[in-house]
Design a protein around this ligand. Structure first.
Ligand SMILES: *Cc1c(COP(=O)(O)O)cnc(C)c1O
Length: 224
């Protein structure tokens, strides 16, 4: 008897299908499994299945869960996907392999300082406020060029752009906008990443150029 697909296999198959439709190479898309709120026991099965990229939104929670799991699985790559307070910048730089929420000058300063101090230069995505919703964080589009200049001056490696579109609205225009911003502001070879797409819309995001999809609920079930 054939075994049913696991949630991870289903999500991977959906990404592969979206890539096929968009004529993209599935190797261009990194699945970041968003494990926030879920305990180590819920994460273990995905590690056993081979998943290596994980996302957390709180520094403290990640510090309590990941060092032990990482001892067992040293290839794990941790992504910080949540808003970051400047006073946690040093802890974040020490723990995470990528930061998806660089969104303001004070954080550029704090992260630049933390990277100088630790000698770890962690790639950062600049979060852009594509839906003009201040409460989600994100740099206003008009302020993006200045923020990118500041990040360059602080010697922060920019991995690309990230967005969280408004809920309950068709996300397609927002994903297309982030893709365009990455093309317009990134290097000439268009090598910047696009961190966009969550459980409800990651296939759409992949069709519109996502390089990093951040998927929680579709892999772990509802958060408590
Ligand atoms: C929680 C979260 C996700 C994952 O959301 P799901 O809908 O559970 O897939 C993705 N991105 C960010 C920034 C998040 O905070």
């Amino acid at each position: 008897m054939e075994k049913a697909d696991t949630p991870l296999q289903q999500v991977q198959a959906n990404i592969a299908q979206a890539c096929k439709i968009a004529r993209r190479d599935p190797g261009e898309v990194t699945l970041v499994a968003v494990s926030k709120t879920h305990p180590a026991e819920a994460i273990q099965p995905l590690l056993i299945e081979g998943q290596r990229h994980f996302g957390e939104n709180r520094v403290q929670e990640a510090q309590s869960k990941w060092p032990a799991l990482r001892d067992e699985y040293p290839a794990v790559q941790l992504h910080l996907i949540g808003q970051l307070q400047s006073n946690k910048a040093e802890d974040a730089v020490a723990l995470f392999d990528a930061i998806h929420s660089l969104d303001r000058p004070s954080l550029v300063k704090a992260l630049g300082k933390a990277m100088d101090k630790t000698g770890r230069r962690v790639p950062c995505f600049v979060q852009v406020d594509v839906g003009e919703e201040e409460q989600k964080g994100g740099c206003p589009i008009a302020e993006l060029p200045a923020l990118l200049d500041q990040a360059r001056e602080a010697d922060i490696p920019i991995a690309g752009l990230m967005c969280i579109p408004p809920f309950d609205i068709e996300p397609t225009p927002f994903f297309a906008l982030l893709d365009k911003l990455a093309r317009d502001h990134g290097p000439a070879d268009d090598s910047w990443g696009r961190s966009m797409g969550m459980s409800g819309d990651y296939e759409t995001a992949v069709k519109l150029g996502a390089t990093h999809v951040r998927v929680g609920t579709a892999l772990f079930g509802e958060r408590g």
